[in-house]
Design a protein around this ligand. Structure first.
Ligand SMILES: [Zn+2]
Length: 477
């Protein structure tokens, strides 16, 4: 049987304001427990919340960037539930009148396929505190610093059909939020959290299957893995004639499985009611204009512009554009060196490789765009070979020194001197008479072996073209 997955994602993004959603407490991560609280975010009697204007404009920017409609009026509601990390016993959220709705996000699936995923809604809400469970003890501690920290929840339509699409969706969303600078998207610190609703159905069918909600996924790859597992689990159940239960499941990253946590509560369990202490949120045309005017070029627009201006392949452009800082770096390089394709190749194969090996981000790199441009010019001038450049690049990465300084320091200059190359070539030819014979008998491919030997003798510094010519001349006379 051919099944398809139906996935909807709920993403909670922490807005990177300095203060909380309804009070002036700091939102700084990592402070001493319960040091960033006040009567408002602790929900003491008699206090009044006041909406953080910056949080509103950040939320609006995010909603507009994913093409949402913004109703003139939205309202806050109380979502009632008791939990030790929620001192008020309710969370201020938005319910039937959210800030934004009916948007979409475009994701790249393969070279030529762009898929549009509907956005059901974007709403603002406050975060809850954090429980710290003491190991080997029968107790838990609670830290209220996170109470009242501003979040937006972005709810997609169930239009994602595979774990790969879910991953792409999250990467695209993250990229937009980073471009807008409204969320630092640090999953480890909890600035970006994602829950997924998953069901399966036979391909071609319209009816939705029973869905399970998956929580506790802490990385984007974790989301992808959890979804892969859950889709397989549901297909196995159905194939065995069993039913999928409507429930909440937890992703166990260590064991790479999802585990049943509890049966899923519906929204009626929360007894939402309008928040009486906050007036409706009115988004004027003027405010909307202001947010739109301050919006940077977004990833998709930048993607299209770079495709046109730099003529680099779609795949490469996509990789570069996803990370705003990487794209900024790339564009700086293009200004200084006029071969965009050479730069993008280098960035994707060499630079990203080194960054990931060293677990670093582009803004930690010591090589400036100017230094990278100079390195390319050294290759063009024949001062170093392309092969040596890779070695040089690692040295630049480690030291932050100028390429030319390193070339002199490490004696990396390309050998173009005919006599010294001829000497090495003669030595190599003597050592490999049989290969020379083979080449004379038409086995042209063996020439590559000899070139390799000469390069080895010269530690990769000989000019490959001169080596090639010299070998041919001496073999064929
Ligand atoms: Zn506070």
């Amino acid at each position: 049987m051919d099944y398809e997955a139906v996935i909807g994602l709920e993403v909670h993004a922490q807005l990177s304001t300095n203060s909380k959603l309804f009070c002036s407490c700091s939102t700084k991560f990592g402070a001493f427990s319960n040091s960033q609280v006040c009567p408002v975010c602790l929900g003491l009697p008699g206090v009044l919340p006041v909406l953080n204007k910056k949080a509103l404009s950040y939320a609006l920017a995010a909603a507009l960037a994913i093409n949402c409609e913004i109703p003139k009026i939205s309202r806050f509601s109380r979502k009632n539930y008791f939990y030790p990390d929620l001192p008020k016993a309710y969370q201020i959220s938005q319910y039937d009148e959210p800030l934004a709705k009916n948007g979409y996000l475009e994701i790249f699936l393969s070279k030529d396929t762009v898929k549009r995923i509907g956005i059901n809604r974007v709403h603002m809400e406050e975060d809850a505190g954090k429980l710290i469970h003491c190991e080997n003890e029968d107790s838990s501690l609670v830290d209220y610093n996170r109470c009242g920290v501003p979040l937006i929840e972005i709810v997609s339509e169930p239009e994602i059909n595979s774990s790969e699409e879910a991953y792409e969706y999250l990467m695209s969303l993250k990229s937009i939020l980073e471009y807008l600078e409204v969320c630092d998207c640090n999953m480890e610190e909890g600035s970006l959290r994602c829950d997924a609703n998953v069901s399966i159905r036979l391909r071609g069918e319209n009816k939705l299957g029973t869905k399970a909600e998956i929580k506790n996924m802490n990385t984007f790859k974790g989301v992808q893995k959890a979804l892969e597992y859950e889709i397989r689990r549901q297909i196995n159940l159905v194939e065995e004639g069993e039913e999928v239960a409507q429930e909440t499941r937890l992703w166990d990253a260590d064991r790479q499985i999802t585990l049943s946590m509890r049966s899923k509560e519906g929204s009626s369990d929360y007894r939402y009611f309008p928040e009486p202490d906050l007036s409706p949120v009115i988004v004027t045309e003027q405010l909307k204009e202001q947010v739109l005017n301050n919006m940077p070029e977004l990833p998709l627009a930048r993607f299209r512009r770079l495709m046109e201006e730099c003529g680099i392949p779609e795949y490469d452009t996509n990789i570069i554009v996803k990370d705003r800082k990487l794209a900024d770096y790339y564009e700086e390089c293009v200004k200084l060196y006029s071969k965009p394709k050479v730069i993008s190749n280098w960035i994707i194969s060499e630079l990203l490789g080194l960054l990931s090996k060293n677990k670093e981000e582009i803004d930690q790199i010591k090589i400036t765009p100017l230094q990278l441009a100079e390195m390319f010019k050294l290759i063009d001038k024949g001062i170093i070979s392309g092969k040596i450049a890779k070695e040089l690049f690692v040295l630049m990465y480690e030291s932050g020194k100028d390429p030319l300084v390193l070339v002199e320091e490490k004696n990396l200059r390309q050998v173009t001197d005919q006599d010294s190359i001829d000497t090495v070539v003669e030595k190599v030819l003597k050592e490999h008479c049989q290969v020379v014979e083979d080449i004379r008998n038409g086995k042209e491919k063996a020439l590559g072996f000899l070139v390799g030997q000469v390069m080895r003798e010269t530690k990769g510094k000989a000019n490959p073209k001169i080596v090639n010519d010299s070998l041919l001349k001496k073999i064929k006379g």
